[in-house]
Design a protein. Structure first.
Length: 430
């Protein structure tokens, strides 16, 4: 079911930057037209696009407190308890990322340091559609709340009943979301970026979405911050003969059921494991509700790669820089130092990606399409601004003046040098 690749063929097929995720011109053009219209006309155009793309106009854009309270009665108690347990783990993990403003250098003559300040307002995009992803709410909102963001706003499309998914509302309450609006798509990103009469503008937009949402985020970046432009989700499993083929197969399928573009790779030195895992994939897919999606993904975008040794497998994985990396090897903790590029790492036979997606605590908003080579998963830092500060006394400036003037002269910026000389002149004439 999953095609086999040699290391060289895998490199040619999956590791070329030419094969990276790109947004089509048509999608970008559509997104730009919608953004421009909403930016100029506010609620009037927002209403037009919600009706055009979603087929309805909600009576009230914002989810009321009454609606949010009612949602708690509509979500099964066991689901609420699971969301609360997951939220606690997410808070515990991300709270350790918090940093305080600090002095870097402090003497009688020189003081320098860094201020840590939260963003004032953040927007969280949560996809709607046929599936509900309350974990997206928790993973995006909790770090923002911990960072001290003053107002966290969530947008998600309503259903035909003009209500958002009740589990979204409950997750938002658990995470600490302040306001929720019933909009999605390009129009939601535009409203968050530039504001309308109803929707306040934000400083940063985070959260996943389809190609149109990704295009909209890319176009508003610069006027607001964004987390990342996410491509198809991906997992790389690095396994040897000690791994359980049924576990490996289950994790490949879990990745593939996202959508037909999802990528699931197995790197192994064991031909026996590869063959048994492939047999398990066929067996486990047979009764999977999203069987057609998973099988299409594994056939088109999946790969099993044989390597001569584990080091060669790690070399390929580090070039791939996967969103998720599972290490199902003997003594996986001892292998962790070999990881150079990955969004998140899952160690051992009993740490499936799904554990991190929903419950364990590390964030599941991760870099895709090889961007783990230079970027990281969502964290408290994404909602923090870092501002440096500096103080020099007259004496300290006099000691540094010559160096500043010399560099200014090399750069032919005489005004910079004079700004220092003027102060030294006044100081020396006293």
């Amino acid at each position: 079911m999953i095609p086999f690749y040699s290391p060289s063929r895998f490199k040619e097929t999956f590791l070329s930057k030419k094969n990276g995720t790109q947004l089509s011109r048509d999608v970008l053009q559509t997104a730009q037209e919608v953004i421009d219209d909403i930016r100029q006309n506010g609620d009037k155009s927002l209403r037009k696009y919600v009706e055009k793309f979603d087929g309805y106009i909600p009576k009230n854009w914002e989810v009321t407190r009454e609606e949010r309270d009612k949602a708690w009665q509509e979500v099964p108690q066991q689901v609420i308890e699971s969301l609360q347990a997951a939220a606690e783990n997410i808070r515990k993990f991300h709270s350790k990322q918090l940093q305080n403003s600090r002095f870097m250098d402090m003497t009688d003559e020189v003081v320098s340091g860094q201020l840590y300040r939260p963003l004032e307002r953040t927007g969280i995009y949560v996809p709607g559609g046929t599936a509900s992803y309350p974990s997206t709410v928790l993973m995006n909102a909790i770090p923002a709340v911990l960072a001290g963001v003053e107002e966290v706003i969530m947008v998600t499309p309503a259903r035909e009943s003009e209500h958002i998914s009740p589990v979204f509302s409950v997750a938002a309450d658990i995470a600490g979301v302040d306001r929720i609006f019933k909009i999605g798509g390009i129009q939601a990103i535009a409203a968050l970026a530039y504001g309308t009469e109803t929707i306040p503008d934000v400083d940063k937009i985070v959260g996943p979405g389809n190609a149109y949402v990704a295009a909209a985020k890319s176009l508003v970046f610069g006027d607001v911050g964004i987390d990342m432009i996410a491509g198809p989700s991906e997992v790389a499993i690095l396994a040897d003969e000690s791994a359980d083929p049924a576990f490996v197969a289950a994790d490949l399928i879990a990745q593939a059921e996202h959508d037909v573009q999802a990528r699931a790779f197995l790197f192994t030195t064991s031909k026996q494991l590869a063959e048994k895992a492939n047999e398990e994939v066929a067996r486990q897919c047979s009764d999977l509700p999203r069987r057609n999606i998973a099988e299409a993904s594994l056939k088109k975008m999946g790969a099993i790669v044989f390597t001569e040794n584990i080091d060669e497998a790690f070399h390929l994985v580090n070039q791939l820089a996967p969103e998720h990396l599972e290490i199902q090897l003997d003594n996986p903790l001892q292998q962790l130092s070999k990881v150079k590029n990955a969004g998140s790492v899952f160690l051992g036979n009993y740490t499936p990606e799904a554990l991190g997606d929903y419950y364990a605590g590390p964030n599941h908003v991760l870099p895709t399409s090889g961007t783990a080579r230079f970027s990281s998963g969502l964290s408290v830092d994404d909602f923090i601004k870092k501002t440096t500060f500096l103080y020099y006394s007259e004496q300290a400036l006099e000691e540094a003046a010559g160096h500043v003037v010399n560099i200014a002269a090399v750069e032919k910026l005489e005004g910079h040098g004079r700004a220092v000389k003027q102060r030294i002149k006044n100081y020396q004439n006293r």
